[in-house]
Each structure stands twice: as C-alpha cells, then as structure tokens.
Design a protein around this ligand. Structure first.
Ligand code: AMP
Ligand code: ZN
Length: 113
C-alpha cells in the first residue's frame, strides 16, 4: 500500500521525478538526491512501511527478494570493489524519510569511523 503524503510513495507512483536505475514488482532503485559517495542509490520497497519491526510474512518475502538482487544492481551501477548497505531506523539513526529504504553506497573506498 502506498501513502499519499510520502515522498518515496510519490516517486514510486511517478508523481515526483527520480533518476531510476532499476524497477521490478517489489522495488524501485534510484539515485540519492544528495549523494554521500560516488555511487549512492536507494532501494525502496513498493510497500509503505517505516521500520523493519513492521515486517510481516509478505514484506519479509519481498525484502528477501530485494536483497538477493542488490549485488547485481550495485555491480551494474559502478560498485566494482564492494559496497555498503545502510538502513536507518528511527530518530537516533537520523531517518528522515519514513518509508523503508536501503542505501547502497560505493564506487570508492568508503571511510569507516
Ligand atoms: P534516511 O536519512 O535514511 O531517511 O535517507 C533518506 C534519503 O533520501 C537521504 O539520503 C536523502 O538525500 C534522500 N532523498 C530525499 N528526497 C529524495 C528525492 N526526491 N530523490 C532522491 N533521494 C531523496
Ligand atoms: Zn511511502
């Protein structure tokens, strides 16, 4: 289910433009508007929920299919030597968009501090 006041739902519906790199029935992958690395993509499930604690059977199955596809999507988009996945959850993590999304970061050596 999509939500009217959610920016990622609007991107999924095509109401807000995005630089899409991949789409299937489970997810949309597009470039982050404020990249934090040379490659910075967002993999967004086509179902509106905020947190992993809201996973049910269907969402879990979709998220598993999504995760299985991320290695090839990362490779196809310039992550030749690895990449980092980040899933911010809630306030302490600084989550700003309340629709679950997986950051894919790479294309360069990433600092780990
Ligand atoms: P988070 O802080 O984990 O909630 O990440 C939200 C991400 O969404 C940030 O990295 C933003 O730069 C990104 N973002 C917000 N609006 C857009 C947009 N319209 N198109 C692409 N990325 C966006
Ligand atoms: Zn949403």
């Amino acid at each position: 289910m999509l939500k009217d006041d959610c920016i990622f739902c609007k991107i999924i519906k095509g109401e807000i433009p995005s630089q899409k790199v991949y789409e299937d029935g489970d997810m949309l992958v597009f470039k982050d508007i404020e990249p934090k690395a040379k490659v910075h993509l967002l993999a967004v499930p086509k179902d509106h929920y905020k947190l992993l604690s809201e996973l049910d059977k269907n969402r879990s199955a979709a998220l598993c299919r999504i995760m299985q596809k991320l290695p090839q999507i990362a490779l196809d988009n310039g992550c030749k030597n690895g990449y980092r996945l980040v899933v911010n959850q809630g306030d302490d993590a600084g989550q700003t968009v309340f629709h679950l999304h997986i950051h894919i970061l790479g294309g360069e050596n990433l600092p780990w501090e």
